[in-house]
Design a protein around this ligand. Structure first.
Ligand code: ZN
Length: 185
């Protein structure tokens, strides 16, 4: 199966758990690997499916102001639970990472605006925490389908589709609410 082959490949490029970001900056390290969706503990309740991985590319470097920095990309597909109809929904993640490492909050405040900062304690960070932060930032506050089945948001409809919707509407427009109350239905 293609899927098994992919998982095998993924195992070979697993990211380190804990790193010293300052050392990686000096080394100019680049990571090209994967992160398990199952390890995204803080969005666990939103996930419909914990299988799979996100592909992660991270480059540690000194930015134009000689600050220790990280840039990169996190991509993949999350399978989430729609907060309106409680059905599965796929959310593509494609987020650009760009941040500066700081060793204290004071340091962060002394930096000019425009930098996203990441607090480093004891010269160590957990890469998974950092990735999770970035993924959290890229998930909308309200995770819902654009159009739940069978609910149709009239707000986005053109006059033409509104008249269609009215004709096609089932007799009980509150059926969607009943479905919400009985998600098993
Ligand atoms: Zn939905």
């Amino acid at each position: 199966m293609v899927r098994n082959f992919y998982n095998l490949a993924a195992m070979l490029t697993r990211l380190p758990v804990e790193v010293n970001p300052y050392r990686l900056v000096e080394q100019g390290r680049v990571f090209d690997g994967v992160s398990d969706i199952a390890s995204l503990n803080r969005i666990e309740d939103l996930l419909a499916d914990k299988d799979g991985t996100l592909s992660v590319n991270l480059t540690f470097y000194r930015n134009e102001s000689a600050l220790p920095a990280l840039k990169g990309q996190i991509e993949g597909d999350l399978s989430l639970i729609c907060q309106r109809c409680l059905d599965k929904m796929s959310l593509p993640i494609s987020t650009t990472v760009g941040l500066v490492f700081v060793s204290s909050d004071e340091k962060a405040q002394s930096l000019q605006d425009g930098y996203e900062t990441y607090l480093v304690e004891d010269s160590r960070i957990l890469l998974n925490d950092l990735i999770e932060d970035e993924v959290l930032l890229s998930i909308p506050q309200l995770v819902v389908h654009e159009k739940c089945e069978p609910y149709r948001p009239l707000i986005e409809a053109t006059p033409e589709t509104i008249s269609q919707t009215v004709h096609e509407e089932k007799e009980n427009p509150f059926a969607v609410l009943q479905n919400l109350k009985n998600p098993d239905k």
